[in-house]
Design a protein around this ligand. Structure first.
Ligand code: PLP
Length: 444
C-alpha cells in the first residue's frame, strides 16, 4: 500500500459515521452538501460541533481548526461573547421589516474603522456585497464595464464567478462577458491598456487586495496605489473586496496599504459567525441607495441587517481590536515560517505565501505573481495538496483542501508550534510519495 492508500484507509477507518451520513445526504443534496469548496474525496467529515479552537466530527474525532469557516470565525467557534450577543437578541425578535438599532451600531463601527466607508448597507453574504458594490459603481458612473483579475474570487453571482475558464464558468450568462475586462493580478500595464482603450465603457476596477481563494497572492509594491491612480485618471471607481482582508488590520488592508478605494465589500468576520455581507464607501456614491434619492438604486433583502447577525458582528469587532489583530497576525507569521522551515527540512520544494493571519501552502518554487502562477503550481502538484489536507486531518489539524490556513484569537503559540510539528511530520511521511509522483519537487 503506498502513502495515498494508507492515508485514505486511515481516513475511512476513523470516519464511519461521516461515511454513512454522506451516503444518506447524497440522496437529497448533490454530492452530500451545499458548498463546492468544502468537498473532498471520498467524502468530507461531517462536523458535529465547534467549540473554541476545536471541531469535533460525528465520529468523535477532534481537530484543531486552522480554517475557521474560511476565515469568518476569527474568534473560533461559539465564542461566549458572540453567543451572548446573539442570545440577547433572539428573545426580542430577529427581523421586523423596519430599521433596528444593532444595524445602526454596526454601521457606525464600520464607518469609524474602515477609511473608505462613510456610509454602508448590509446584506447576507459576501456574494451580495460584491454584487451590490458593482451595481452601485454602474449606477454612479452610468457605465457597465468592469475590470476584474483573472482567477479573482468574489462570490457566486455570475459576474463574481466569471473566469473565462469554460469548466469553472458553466451556467453563467453569456451576455455578461461583454462587460468584463480581465487583467492579470499585479499587472498594472494590463489595466492601463484596458482603460486606455475602453475608458468610456468602464465603471470600475474590482480587486481583492490580497486574492485569497486565488492562492494568497501578495500585491507588488505600488500595485494597489497604481490601480488607484489609474482609476482616478480614467474616472473609474476602485472597488476593494475586503471580505477576507478586513481581518488584517482594524481598518482593513486598505489602511495598511494607504490606498482608499471608492467602494469596499465586506463579509465574514463582521457577522460574528452568522450570514453577512456589507458594502460601503463614499457618501456621494452610497447615497444612491437612499430611497428618497431621485435616481435611487433598489436594494432589498428580507434579512438585511437582522438583529442576531448585527449584534454578533458588533461583538466580534469589539473583540477584534488592533492588539487582537496584532496577536493573530504574529501567530500567522510564525505558522508560515514554520511551514517554510518544514519544507526545507524535508527537502521538498514548497513554500508559503502569507500576510498576517492568512497563510497559504504552495507545492512549487519561484515567484508567485498572479493566480495563473498558483493554478499552474497546484495542477503540477497533483494529489499532494489533497493528501496533505487529508493526512493533517488524520492527525487532528483542520485546513482547506487547497492549502489554506488562518489563525484565530483563541489560538496560542503552543497551538501553532503543534501545527508546525504536525506539518513537518506529515511532509516527512509524504516524502516517498513525492519522490514517486513528483520527483522534481525534491531538493537535490
Ligand atoms: C474575497 C471574497 N469575496 C467574496 C466572497 C463571497 O462571500 P460569501 O461566501 O459570504 O458569499 C468570498 C468568500 O469566500 C471571498 O473570499
Amino acid at each position: 500500500m503506498n502513502r495515498y492508500h494508507e492515508i485514505l484507509a486511515r481516513y475511512v477507518a476513523r470516519t464511519p459515521k461521516s461515511q454513512a451520513l454522506n451516503e444518506r445526504a447524497r440522496r437529497v443534496l448533490p454530492g452530500g452538501d451545499t458548498r463546492t469548496g468544502v468537498y473532498y474525496a471520498p467524502y468530507p467529515a461531517f462536523m458535529a460541533q465547534g467549540s473554541g479552537k476545536y471541531l469535533t466530527d460525528v465520529d468523535g474525532n477532534q481537530y484543531l481548526d486552522l480554517l475557521n469557516n474560511f476565515t469568518s470565525l476569527v474568534h473560533g467557534h461559539a465564542h461566549p461573547a458572540l453567543v451572548h450577543a446573539a442570545q440577547e437578541q433572539l428573545p426580542r425578535g430577529t427581523a421586523f421589516a423596519s430599521p433596528m438599532l444593532p444595524q445602526l451600531e454596526l454601521a457606525e463601527t464600520l464607518a469609524a474603522r474602515v477609511p473608505s466607508i462613510e456610509m454602508v448597507r448590509f446584506c447576507n453574504s459576501g456574494t451580495e456585497a460584491t454584487m451590490l458594490a458593482l451595481r452601485a459603481a454602474r449606477a454612479y458612473t452610468r457605465r457597465s464595464g468592469m475590470i476584474k483579475m483573472i482567477g479573482g474570487y468574489h462570490g457566486s453571482h455570475d459576474f463574481a464567478a466569471a473566469t473565462m475558464d469554460p469548466e469553472a464558468d458553466r451556467g453563467l450568462a453569456e451576455g455578461m462577458y461583454r462587460d468584463i475586462y480581465f487583467a492579470s493580478f499585479n499587472d498594472l500595464q494590463a489595466v492601463e491598456n484596458i482603460l486606455r482603450e475602453h475608458a468610456a465603457a468602464i465603471a470600475g476596477i474590482l480587486v481583492e487586495p490580497i486574492p485569497n481563494a486565488g492562492g494568497l497572492v501578495l500585491p507588488r509594491e505600488n500595485y494597489l496605489r497604481g490601480l488607484r491612480a489609474l482609476a482616478d485618471q480614467y474616472n473609474a471607481l476602485l472597488i476593494f473586496d475586503e471580505v477576507i482582508t478586513l481581518r488584517l488590520n482594524a481598518g482593513g488592508f486598505q489602511n495598511l496599504a494607504g490606498v482608499t478605494p471608492d467602494l469596499t465589500a465586506l463579509g465574514k468576520i463582521i457577522g460574528g459567525g452568522f450570514p453577512v455581507g456589507a458594502f460601503g464607501g463614499k457618501r456621494e456614491i452610497m447615497q444612491t441607495f437612499d430611497p428618497r434619492a431621485k435616481n435611487r438604486i433598489v436594494h432589498s433583502g428580507t434579512f438585511n441587517g437582522n438583529n442576531a447577525t448585527m449584534a454578533a458582528g458588533l461583538a466580534s469587532l469589539r473583540l477584534l481590536d488592533q492588539p487582537a489583530i496584532d496577536q493573530i497576525n504574529a501567530l500567522g507569521q510564525a505558522l508560515a515560517r514554520g511551514f517554510d522551515d518544514a519544507f526545507q527540512e524535508a527537502g521538498i520544494m514548497g513554500q508559503t505565501t502569507a500576510y498576517g493571519s492568512l497563510v497559504q501552502v504552495h507545492w512549487q518554487r519561484g515567484e508567485i505573481l498572479n493566480m495563473q502562477d498558483v493554478a499552474r503550481g497546484h495542477k503540477q502538484a497533483g494529489d499532494l495538496p489533497y493528501l496533505l489536507h487529508l493526512e493533517l486531518a488524520n492527525r487532528g489539524v483542520w485546513s482547506a483542501v487547497r492549502g489554506e490556513f488562518n489563525t484565530s484569537t483563541v489560538l496560542t503559540q503552543a497551538d501553532v508550534n503543534h501545527v508546525v510539528t504536525t506539518f513537518n511530520e506529515t511532509l516527512h511521511y509524504l516524502k516517498p510519495y513525492v519522490a514517486a509522483t513528483n520527483p522534481t519537487l525534491l531538493m537535490q
